[in-house]
Design a protein around this ligand. Structure first.
Ligand SMILES: C[S@@+](CC[C@H](N)C(=O)[O-])C[C@H]1O[C@@H](n2cnc3c(N)ncnc32)[C@H](O)[C@@H]1O
Length: 422
């Protein structure tokens, strides 16, 4: 039965790679280079199809629910059948949504492209002729190829999610619950943290933090415990660890967590992964090629000594006074209530420990308090910090911007440090 199934699954591969291109060649409807292009893309797809079909034929395809995903089998206790009964643990919040989004990136991005194509097609014939003279249709093909490049990367991340959290190969519940924006955001964070193109953005905001740490610890980080909550893709945490500090990173978004796992644990050379994150961004482009600029990650090895704690910063650190320093970069305005975040930073610091902050005050509509920088510092004093007013400065910063974009969004970030009153 299995042999027949494998032959069956190979038939589409044969048809797609050999018979169909041959048919096109005989009909003469495509050039040889078109056919070569078609063959190479079809052979990749056929291989993927083959893998999918064989694994589908080998495994039960029934969809499973979020609560039955993590197959940590435990021996049944008092099972009437006396056998092994699996008890399953639920996946962490947001993980299924994240894996679905990475798995379906290609489909979601392609839908966006099709909408653009529909608008182009609705032009009248004269407009279309002019657009064609501009070479406009080539954008659709080039974008499609960029989406394929991104999809290969995105699918690797999804696979890591499935492997690390033991989801098996079957469809996750609510497969439709996938979001293009989640993947797009992850690409932006990768650009900023782990590509050469992000070096400019990092150079504006990392040095003030690293210098302040250096000043506080008299140039000797070794052995001092630093917490970086809301660590995103983890570059700042990694750079601090490179200086010899004992660094704990914390993040709750699985888009960042899984991409970080890919770079840290499943990457064997620098610049191994290629991305074209701007192919879906058609506005604010200076020239026809800028949106196709590729980037490669990682441009630097993530420091494996960093300990990444997954989950909500307010919930995952039970011990008081655990850290010598807490560093918040583009973080405190993510809180539902900034009093909770600052109180927690204060609780986690040792007496005399330092809190270093750099970031905007882009409070979300969900925030209970929309404080000004002055008010945040007054709050810090009320909660038991001594604010170092001489450290205060404003630093202009971009965040995850395409280097060549014609629209740049500058944050006037606020930098300060404060110590926990002893
Ligand atoms: C604007 S991003 C900044 C990421 C990183 N610090 C940087 O500068 O690139 C804010 C990050 O904080 C994370 N975050 C928000 N609330 C959090 C919480 N309660 N616990 C842990 N992480 C949180 C978000 O998932 C997001 O990755």
């Amino acid at each position: 039965m299995m042999r027949t199934s494998i032959y069956l699954s190979r038939f589409p591969a044969f048809f797609l790679c050999v018979a169909f291109p041959l048919y096109l060649a005989i009909r003469g409807s495509a050039s040889l280079s078109d056919i070569a292009l078609l063959c190479s893309s079809l052979s990749e797809r056929a291989e993927a199809l083959h893998i999918k079909l064989t694994s589908w034929l080998a495994a039960s395809p029934a969809p499973i629910s979020k609560t039955s995903l993590n197959p940590l089998a435990e021996p049944a206790t008092g099972s009437p059948e006396g056998g092994i009964r699996k008890t399953y643990q639920p996946l962490p919040d947001g993980l299924a949504h994240c894996i679905n989004s990475f798995e379906q990136y290609s489909l979601l991005a392609e839908q966006g492209l099709q909408r653009k194509h529909a608008r182009y097609s609705r032009q009248n014939p004269a407009q279309k002729t002019i657009s064609n003279k501009l070479g406009y249709p080539a954008h659709f093909e080039k974008t499609r190829k960029g989406i394929e490049v991104n999809a290969r990367f995105s699918e690797k991340i999804a696979l890591i999610g499935r492997e690390d959290y033991h989801t098996g190969s079957r469809a996750l519940e609510d497969r439709e619950d996938a979001e293009f924006g989640l993947v797009d955001l992850a690409f932006g964070h990768l650009l900023r943290d782990w590509s050469s193109q992000g070096a400019g953005e990092r150079k504006a905001v990392f040095p003030p933090i690293l210098d302040r740490l250096d000043q506080h610890f008299d140039g000797n980080g070794r052995g001092n415990k630093v917490l970086v909550p809301g660590s995103g893709m983890g570059r700042l945490a990694s750079d601090i660890a490179d200086l010899g500090y004992d660094v704990t990173a914390n993040e709750l978004d699985y888009g960042s967590i899984l991409a970080y796992h890919l770079l840290t644990n499943h990457t064997h050379s620098l610049h191994q992964h290629t991305l074209q994150p701007f192919v879906t961004k058609w506005a604010h482009q200076a020239n026809p090629s800028s949106r196709y600029s590729p980037l490669t990650v990682p441009d630097h090895w993530p420091n494996k000594a960093v300990q990444l704690i997954e989950g909500d910063f307010l919930e995952v650190f039970p011990r008081d006074g655990e850290f010598d320093a807490v560093v918040t970069l583009f973080f405190i305005d993510m809180s539902d209530n900034v009093i909770d975040f600052l109180s927690n930073i204060h609780r986690l610091l040792k007496p005399g420990g330092v809190w270093i902050n750099l970031g905007p005050l882009k409070w979300g509509s969900y925030s209970a308090l929309h404080l000004s920088a002055e008010e945040v510092l007054q709050l810090a004093v009320l909660l038991g910090f001594d604010v170092d007013h001489t450290s205060r400065k404003s630093i202009d910063s971009l965040y995850a911007e395409q280097p060549e974009t014609l629209l740049k969004f500058t944050y006037v970030t606020q930098f300060w440090s404060a110590t926990k009153r002893g």
